[in-house]
Every structure is written in structure tokens, then in C-alpha cells.
Design a binder for this molecule. Structure first.
Ligand code: HEC
Ligand code: HEC
Length: 193
């Protein structure tokens, strides 16, 4: 009986923070997020065009990116500095905070979901809300951000077993077209306290 309850609770926690050893504390994550909100907002809707939206992203994805910035596998002049001050627990906490908001998206009137890039929809959806656990949402990110990330995967500056292969096959025109598709999608983030 006791074991069953623990297993169920364990399942719930893992679903929230998606890491086997560290359980994210969302309340503490809200405090950590004070360092993030000038750029990403408190609900994860970005305040600067160069900062991506992170509200409602899978916790597993957020943890992986923050760890990659901290450990130098992904580099950005602002984020590398921010992440260097975070330990694993703070990363799990702040990921739980941002992942706990709810993201949804809709296409601009007149834009047809059937025209969404076929090579991407299986994982990123037609509106840019992820269909699989460890993929990020792309909805409403700037075309510049999406373009830069795809080129970083293609160049090997950013690495991921799936995305590096996907990006290796894309030319600049395809990258521009896919970036514009997801940039035009309207993202909304429902803040969850
Ligand atoms: C000074 C502005 C600034 C601050 C403060 C900041 N960020 Fe960022 N963040 C950025 C920018 C710019 C990027 C895009 C980096 C790139 O182009 O690779 C980014 C990227 C990210 C990403 C990757 C998102 C993705 O879709 O891949 C995550 C996750 C993230 N930030 C989380 C945080 C968290 C958590 C904090 C607070 C602890 C924080 N950031 C503080 C500017 C900021
Ligand atoms: C089989 C699943 C899959 C397919 C297909 C796929 N992606 Fe991804 N994508 C991912 C995953 C997983 C990540 C997270 C990579 C990481 O952790 O660094 C990602 C990351 C990205 C990012 C980085 C987003 C950010 O916030 O930094 C962009 C941009 C992107 N994908 C665009 C595309 C485009 C455009 C296509 C179609 C040409 C595509 N992806 C196809 C799974 C996929």
C-alpha cells in the first residue's frame, strides 16, 4: 500500500520536473525567477525580442538548456553568465516554476494548419506547441531566434541528437521559411501561481 502511494507520487513529481534525482520546488523556483523576469517575464512571456518565451515549456527541456548554458555546451553572452550562478537544485526549481504555466497558440486568421512544415509538425506541432515531452514550443518566438538556433544546430555550435540531423539537411531558404511559420503563430501563456 505504502509502496503504491510512493510510486504514484513519484510518477507525478517526475512528470513535473522530468529528472530522476532532483525534485523541483516550484515555490522556490518563483524566487529564483526574480533573476529572470526582466528578460523572460515572470510567466515566461519574453520582454525582449532577443529572449525566447519559456512559459509552459516542458521542465525537462528547460533543465537541459540551463545546464547546457552553465556547463558551456550552449553559449550565449547573457545566459551563460546567468546560468553560471545556478546549482542543479535552483535549475530544477526555476524549471518547475516556468513549466507550471500553461502555453497555447493559434495561427493567424487566414493561415492554414495544413501548410505547416511537414518535417517539423510531428514534434513541434502546427502552431508550435510541442507534441513530444522533450521538445520546446516554437510558437511566437521571433524568426531571428528560430533562424539563429537552426543555424547553430547546423554549424554544430549547439548539439542535439535529433535536431542536429534535422538542421543538417536544411538550406537557408528553408530555415527562413520555417522560422517565419512558427514566428507568426500567436502564443498565449496562462500564468499559474
Ligand atoms: C539579460 C536577459 C536575460 C536574463 C536575465 C535571463 N535570460 Fe534566459 N535567455 C536570454 C536570451 C537572450 C536567451 C537566448 C539565448 C540564445 O540565443 O541562445 C535566453 C535563453 C534562455 C533559455 C533557452 C530557451 C530555449 O527556448 O531554448 C532558457 C531555458 C532560459 N533563458 C532561462 C532563463 C532563466 C531560468 C533565467 C533566470 C535564472 C534567465 N533565463 C535569465 C536572456 C536572459
Ligand atoms: C523528432 C522530433 C523533432 C523534429 C522532427 C523536429 N524537431 Fe526541432 N527540436 C526537437 C527537440 C527534442 C528539440 C530540443 C533540442 C535541445 O534540447 O537542444 C528541438 C529544438 C528545436 C529548436 C530550438 C528551439 C529553442 O527554443 O531554442 C528549433 C528552432 C527547432 N527545434 C526547429 C525545428 C524545425 C524548424 C523543424 C522542422 C524542420 C524541427 N525542429 C523538427 C525535436 C524535433
Amino acid at each position: 500500500m505504502k509502496t503504491t502511494i510512493l510510486l504514484i507520487l513519484g510518477g507525478v513529481f517526475f512528470a513535473q520536473v522530468a529528472t530522476a534525482d532532483i525534485v523541483g520546488d516550484r515555490e522556490n523556483g518563483r524566487k529564483v525567477a526574480r533573476q529572470c523576469k526582466t528578460c523572460h517575464g515572470s510567466d515566461g512571456l519574453a520582454k525582449l525580442p532577443i529572449a525566447p518565451h519559456i512559459g509552459g515549456e516542458p521542465a525537462e527541456y528547460l533543465i537541459r538548456q540551463l545546464t547546457a548554458f552553465r556547463d558551456g555546451e550552449r553559449h550565449h553572452e547573457m545566459m551563460s553568465v546567468v546560468a553560471s550562478g545556478l546549482d542543479d537544485q535552483s535549475i530544477a526549481d526555476v524549471a518547475a516554476w516556468y513549466a507550471g504555466h500553461i502555453a497555447s497558440a493559434s495561427l493567424k486568421p487566414g493561415v492554414n494548419a495544413a501548410d505547416a512544415p511537414e518535417a517539423c509538425v510531428g514534434c513541434h506541432g502546427s502552431t508550435g506547441i510541442a507534441e513530444i515531452e522533450d521538445a520546446p514550443n516554437l510558437a511566437g518566438e521571433t524568426a531571428m531566434y528560430i533562424d539563429t538556433q537552426l543555424k547553430a544546430f547546423r554549424l554544430g555550435k549547439r548539439h542535439h541528437e535529433i535536431m542536429s540531423d534535422v538542421a543538417a539537411d536544411l538550406d537557408d531558404a528553408e530555415i527562413r521559411a520555417f522560422a517565419q511559420w512558427y514566428a507568426q503563430s500567436n502564443l498565449s501563456v496562462e500564468a499559474v501561481e
